[in-house]
Write a new protein. Sequence first.
Length: 270
Amino acid sequence: MPFATIDGQPLHYLDQGRGPVVLLGSSYLWDSSMWAPQIDALSKHCRVIVPELWGHGQSGRLPEGTTSLDDLARQALALMDHLDVGCFSLVGLSVGGMWGARLALAAPERVQSLVLMDTYVGVEPEPTRLYYFSLFDKIEASGGIPEPLLDIIVPIFFRPGIDPQSALYQQFRASLAALPADRLRNSVVPLGRIIFGRDDILPRLPGLDAERTLVMCGDQDKPRPSAEALEMAKLIGCRHVLVPEAGHISNLENPEFVTEVLLEFLKQKR
């Protein structure tokens, strides 16, 4: 997996397959491996590019001056410029959808189709924002994510009925427990504050192309409930799909369903 220097820092990304380009935007606290089932399927038909968030995977620290989701969108577009990619499809999950919608609004001539998954581009509800910020304060103070916080954070990403002993659950938990203090303090926590302190772009959603946009959401997504997805789909005027038996990381909890929907949608919009 190669690197590109963006805003003075090394951005790590996966680049696999040939054909029409699909840019995948990952969830907060996950690296590019979260897309493994979709990369395997999509790269048979497309060129799949997956940048890793700052401080995640092998990407460098959050660049100086990065203060908003608009900066993340600009940095993703800079990566595509670096790779000489003109037009592409964009599939963004969670924060990947938050900056993905902004990129599509800023450069509509570049984004051929857009899939917003398990995401929300309105402001974070104030009680939730305060709660998440309190967790960030605790992580910052401790220099790690201790067991009691892991017990709080990890279940947020999955449907309530998931087996906590499953490989998916345990691997994610282990990845969070292994995050070093400098990465947490310099990148992961500041990025979290950007995400959950975001501004509201719901009024701008009608500016997206409804025919080329799809909203998807796990039917048991706790942090980004399906009502938010429906609200966005109505504002855009686009199709809305619920992923059965899935929580926030719907593409890993029901990978077959998600992959089939993505393949069909992206095929139609080429």
